[in-house]
Write a new protein. Sequence first.
Length: 421
Amino acid sequence: MSTVPDRISLTAQVDRLLLEQGRLEPLELLLALDLLAYEDYEAWRSGGRADLQGALLADPDEVVAILQLAASHASGQGLVPSPLEYRGWSGHNSRLNLGSNQRLIQACAEAFAPAEDRLQLDLFHDSTGLLIENSLRNALGARRIDDARDLIGELIRHDPRHAGLQGYLRLMQAVDDDIDDIDDGDNDAVQADSAKLQPSGTLDAADRLAQLDALESTARDLLGHRARDFLTVLWAGLAEKLAGIDYNPASPRLHASHAWLRAQRWDAVRSAIEQEPNWRWHPDLVTLHAEAAWRRRDPVSARQDWAWLCWEHPHHVEPQLVAATLPDRHLCELWSRFEDMDTALEVEEFPAWLLLHDRSAAVAVPPDRAPDDERGALYSVLHRLVSGEDNIELRRQLDDMHPAMLRLFLASRQTSQTLSA
């Protein structure tokens, strides 16, 4: 599973962040590239990790090279650097340690944004309302809720008709409404943040879900990308409220795994799903489990999930593999090739076809993971052929089972021999 993006993918991601956030911050780029898991970033911000370097999902020197290329691309577009300081959230407001790699520290030390002209700067500095609102956004994003309450009071006194005031009050109402304290033994620091954000109240889980759904657009309008940092801890609180509630296909989002998804806690997503005795027979849980495995750099489990979906939930597969939001873009590209073939194959045959076009497929999905029927028999014979056990008898078996698959196998062998010649 590659961790380092090519230059084209990297510049495209930088341009997307600039469009969405108006600036390029190094850690936001690492989060977007899946080189840093949000739950690790959150733990670092909340005092649960001593440094960030150990949480990176690539070698620090590779990360430095990526950030340097991104900075060069941003500078080439006329953006100017400004210094960054990393401080903790909530009650952990001290300066944070990135790690021991000095090149990494330097690469993370600057953000890039368009230069502001002097008139804009003067207008900003002369506007008390803008200063209060900017501080309020920062306080909410950093989960400093007591500070946010004080700043909302200042905004009310300064401008009781402020256009965003009702929205900020809704955000604070969500903080104060029904949610039980989080019990997250793996991350006491995030638990402390969550407990401060989430006093107990009277909303049930369904009402809380509706409230958080409705709050999404308001939070993004007021906080921009920092809405994520404000909302994830609230979603974690809902997930805790849903813990122990069995999955119900009639209301799939009222399951802890879906709330953990919104909190970007991928290990918790997997754990919640795996506690369901029959989770593999619910395609949306299998799909979510596959994404969680992929996000946590476990491509073997992710591929096993996708193979199971093809075999047992074929009607659920295509909409997922063509979705723009699916993070495993390599799998999407392989699916597109599969769909474009002249030889029409069934969805259930996609795992077998992958054996011919993806070297990692045979290792990821061994034959004992296949169904105990003709689909598994086809997969097992082809698996043996591509794993070095190529002989006439196996080819005859494959021809009896699926003549078209034998032709594809022979074509792949010829292509492989041509490339190695």
